[in-house]
Structure formats: structure tokens, C-alpha cells
Design a binder for this molecule. Structure first.
Ligand SMILES: O=C(O)c1cc(=O)[nH]c(=O)n1[C@@H]1O[C@H](COP(=O)(O)O)[C@@H](O)[C@H]1O
Length: 255
């Protein structure tokens, strides 16, 4: 069982269910039983287990972030967003690099789904900015976008806010600047979370769970530090504790 404040923090923890199939994901879900975290379903699991597994998570009472990172022409994204909204997820994402018209089309797709079925809840629509695996050198030299990663991320965030989206996916390093540019209510969803001493893997722009919460992340996305741990439940509980410490440190700074 989790204490009340830990369970409040758990609602800001998104566990990345990056597994090959539903049965593997269920193994982790059983280990995390009683922790009211968000569950993130990404491409690997969704392309295998599909809408059925999303419905299963919803029936277990979880909030679900469907991470399919849509990036296509506006009409196609509108259709995709329409289908996703009908699934009843709580959050999904598109790539900000698709542009304002594409992001507006995602919102239209959601609105049309809601108009067709009054029982649906409006999911949060979030734009991916620069992937947290991308570093400064890759963005400038390989992809060919000039300037700092932070500036590009904030530019994408402003486009997303202008298109009516609810927030962005970015690294925890940029959360504060995003809030300053787009307002405190604009959500920051931050992967690239690594507890002190754990391997960065393919992530480039990282912070610890405590630093991320102290720095303005609304939600932290965590995969391998939990899923690849010998004791995932203990790893998740440690992360929740660190998140709580980060929040307390930020509150102490404000007073
Ligand atoms: O949209 C995402 O969730 C996402 C965006 C991003 O920029 N970076 C990023 O790592 N993610 C996802 O966040 C999760 C991070 O997993 P770990 O690196 O294992 O903690 C993965 O499921 C990624 O697909």
C-alpha cells in the first residue's frame, strides 16, 4: 500500500510499458499493484497488443498515455486522433515537427470523436519536441537545425500551445523554460529520467526524478530504471520518494 502523498506523486509517474507483448507487460503491472501510476503504452506494445490491451489497462483503473508519436499529413493525423480518442485514453502525442496545421487537425479529430459520443473524456494532446535521445551535436550537425536544443524545444512548445495542445514532451532540462514561455498550466511530460548512478542508455538529456520534479516537470516518464531493475516495485518506490523530495525542495525554495 502507498501513503496518500506517495500516491499523489504516483499520479505524476508514467511507467513506460516497453514490452514485446501483453503478457510481459502484465508481469510488471502485477509487481506494481496498488501504485496509482500512469501507464504508458508505446509502439512496441501497441503494435502487438493493440486497442484490447489499452481497454484492459483502463478496466484496471489506470490512466493511460498512448505514445504513438503521430507525424503525418494533417488529414491522416486527424483520423488517427479521432480513433485514439474513441479508445478512451487519457493522453496521446503527436510530433510538433509536423507543424501547426497538423497539430490543429489532431485537436479537430478529438473534437469530432467527442461530438459523436458524449460518454468520451477529452484526452490531453501533447507534442513531442526534440527527442530526449537527441543531443546538441546531433541536432545541429546531423539533423541540420541550428541554435541550442533548448531554444528549439521552446519554439516547438510555443507552436503547440498556439495550436491548442495541452503540453509537450521534452527533457526535464527544458521544463522550466517551457513553463516560462507557455504558462504554468501547459503540461510538461519529461522522459530522460535517470536516478543517480543508473545507466543513461540511449538517453542524452537527463535528470534524476527529484531534479525533474523540482525543475517543473508535471509528469516524469520512466522505463528501464524500473522495468530492467531486479526489483521493479522497489525501484518505483524509490523513484516516488525522490520525486517527493524534489517537490519538497522546490516548495522550500519558494518560501
Ligand atoms: O514520447 C515519449 O514518451 C518519449 C519522448 C522522448 O523524447 N524520449 C523518450 O524517451 N520517450 C519515451 O519515454 C520512454 C523512456 O524510457 P527509458 O529510457 O527506458 O526510461 C520510452 O518509452 C520512450 O519511447
Amino acid at each position: 500500500m502507498t501513503s496518500i502523498s506517495t500516491s499523489q506523486m504516483a499520479r505524476r509517474l508514467m511507467v513506460a510499458l516497453d514490452y514485446p507483448d501483453a503478457e510481459a507487460a502484465r508481469g510488471l503491472i502485477r509487481q506494481l499493484e496498488g501504485i496509482p501510476c500512469y501507464m504508458k503504452v508505446g509502439m512496441q506494445l501497441y503494435y502487438q497488443a493493440g486497442p484490447e490491451f489499452v481497454r484492459e489497462l483502463k478496466s484496471l483503473g489506470y490512466s493511460v498515455f498512448l505514445d504513438l508519436k503521430m507525424h503525418d499529413i494533417p488529414n491522416t493525423v486527424k483520423g488517427g486522433a479521432n480513433s485514439i480518442a474513441k479508445l478512451g485514453v487519457d493522453m496521446f502525442n503527436v510530433h510538433a515537427a509536423g507543424g501547426v496545421k497538423m497539430m490543429e487537425s489532431a485537436i479537430q479529430g478529438v473534437e469530432e470523436a467527442l461530438a459523436s459520443d458524449a460518454s468520451l473524456n477529452r484526452p490531453l494532446v501533447i507534442a513531442v519536441t526534440q527527442l530526449t535521445s537527441t543531443d546538441q551535436e546531433t541536432m545541429n550537425g546531423e539533423i541540420g537545425i541550428p541554435g541550442s536544443v533548448e531554444k528549439t524545444v521552446v519554439r516547438y512548445a510555443k507552436l503547440a500551445a498556439g495550436a491548442g495542445l495541452d503540453g509537450v514532451v521534452a527533457s526535464p532540462l527544458e521544463a522550466e523554460k517551457i513553463k516560462a514561455a507557455c504558462g504554468n498550466g501547459f503540461r510538461t511530460v519529461t522522459p530522460g529520467i535517470r536516478p543517480a548512478g543508473s545507466a543513461a542508455d540511449d538517453q542524452s538529456r537527463t535528470k534524476t526524478p527529484g531534479q525533474a520534479i523540482a525543475g517543473g516537470s508535471d509528469y516524469i516518464v520512466v522505463g528501464r530504471p524500473i522495468t530492467a531493475s531486479a526489483d521493479p516495485r522497489e525501484a518505483a518506490q524509490r523513484i516516488l520518494e525522490e520525486m517527493g523530495q524534489g517537490r519538497n525542495a522546490a516548495e522550500a525554495d519558494r518560501t
